[in-house]
Write a protein that binds this ligand. Sequence first.
Ligand code: DX5
Ligand code: ZN
Length: 221
Amino acid sequence: MKPVQIAPSILSADFSRLKDEIQAVEAGGADWLHVDVMDGHYVPNITIGPVVVEWVRKAATIPLDVHLMITDPDKYAPEFIKAGADWVSIHPDTCADAHATLRKIRELGAKPSVAVNPDVALGKVEDYLSEIDMLLMMTVFPGFGGQAFIPEVLPKIEEARKTIEQRKLSVLIEVDGGIKVDNIDQVVRAGGEVIVSGSGIFKTPSYAETIRQMRSAAGQL
Ligand code: DX5
Ligand code: ZN
């Protein structure tokens, strides 16, 4: 199995102690921080804006992986990049011209990624593969942390890995939604390389121990 990056989603952190929470997952071995941005339009929930990302950037030393679940990424992606996003994922159905949005994200110095909802076929996003650095496979419908993992997405992750290998592209596969110590092995076996986990880490007593168990379950220890 390939080396995995563990990306805790701060959506499930205690926001009254956000800096401590960030430092605790970093000290516990997190590789990236996943930031779920929701605007109450594309999804019913409202979460984090650029102002908060700016402070997260100051508190963190690892890469910031910003997942935009908003209706106007063209308007706001630049603000999140300015605030410190290293990676920016967009849902292509939110863009007038997703190719242009991805190009803009790269021009502004971040790495572009396309998110694929559980009910979207891989064929719908194959055109973007040569333009992105990461494909974000959703294993829940976007909107909330703490939802149940949808195992039916696993074959699509395998298909994505095969396509990326066949086309010799350097596109990471990130998997997001409902991942915990007890199912990370399936995700990694299917081809997941960047593993997002919100409640699976932040709702456990020891982040370091949970991240260690995740790596071990993923065959990395
Ligand atoms: C869902 C978000 C996910 C989610 C992950 O809309 O994109 O990143 O917060 O949280 P868990 O791991 O709790 O499903
Ligand atoms: Zn996310």
